[in-house]
Design a protein around this ligand. Structure first.
Ligand code: SAM
Length: 206
């Protein structure tokens, strides 16, 4: 474990003050098991929406450099937002992460397009939470796993949730297929928050 239980508890109190959602708290504690809060980390968030999870990560990891990707357009697979709501989400995200702007690169693009602007082998983690269709998740896993440095890890949201159960989402089937193809054995998930994570090189990371 990279951080002590005491410092994780301190960050969790900070997150309660920010009123972040359960999955963001779970993500931060997952990151805290692999990185120290003052480590230099490069991460990517796919799907930013109102910037709540981005804010949580940036608040807890003061040396995190985050590339945040969202197209903020209506008609994406996962959300029912109108364009007006998406515009509002973008404004909310910008306001939330404004104070961290020196550490954030915001890419207003689809994940398929944004990947071409990012260097391979550079990132410590990628958090997948954009297009939740099976095809979308499969493409993001394939494209963004190439950007990770050795030992970097993949995490994401909505694995095995209601959306997967009804067939509206395809997160679980896409992730399971990717893990099977890449012989991933160190797969973990937090059923309460629907966060999952694994390392590509199969090193143990509970
Ligand atoms: C579930 S929300 C993200 C929530 C955010 N990660 C959080 O924890 O607060 C999904 C977001 O992904 C974006 N999105 C969906 N498909 C996308 C795509 N193909 N490329 C970029 N963004 C996409 C939507 O605009 C929406 O804002």
């Amino acid at each position: 474990m990279a951080e002590s239980d005491e410092s994780i508890a301190h960050q969790m109190r900070k997150l309660r003050r920010l009123r972040v959602q359960r999955h963001a708290r779970s993500l931060v504690s997952t990151l805290a098991k692999r990185f120290n809060f003052d480590d230099k980390i490069r991460g990517i968030e796919l799907g930013v929406e109102e910037g709540r999870t981005a804010e949580a990560m940036l608040a807890c990891f003061p040396r995190l450099r985050l590339t945040a990707v969202d197209c903020w357009t209506c008609g994406t697979h996962t959300t029912d937002w109108t364009q007006e709501q998406q515009d509002n989400n973008l404004v909310s995200a910008m306001l939330r992460i404004r104070q961290y702007r020196s550490r954030v690169r915001l890419l207003m693009q689809t994940t398929d397009d944004a990947v071409h602007q990012l260097r391979r082998g550079r990132y410590d983690f990628v958090f997948l939470d954009a297009n939740h269709s099976k095809e979308g998740v499969a493409a993001d896993l394939k494209n963004y796993s190439r950007l990770l440095r050795k030992g970097g890890f993949i995490c994401g949201h909505d694995y095995g949730g209601v959306g997967d159960g009804t067939g509206r989402f395809g997160v679980k089937p896409a992730v399971d297929e990717f893990c099977e193809q890449n012989k991933i054995t160190n797969f973990y998930r937090d059923p309460g928050s629907l966060i999952y994570w694994f390392r590509l090189d199969n090193k143990v990371v509970p």
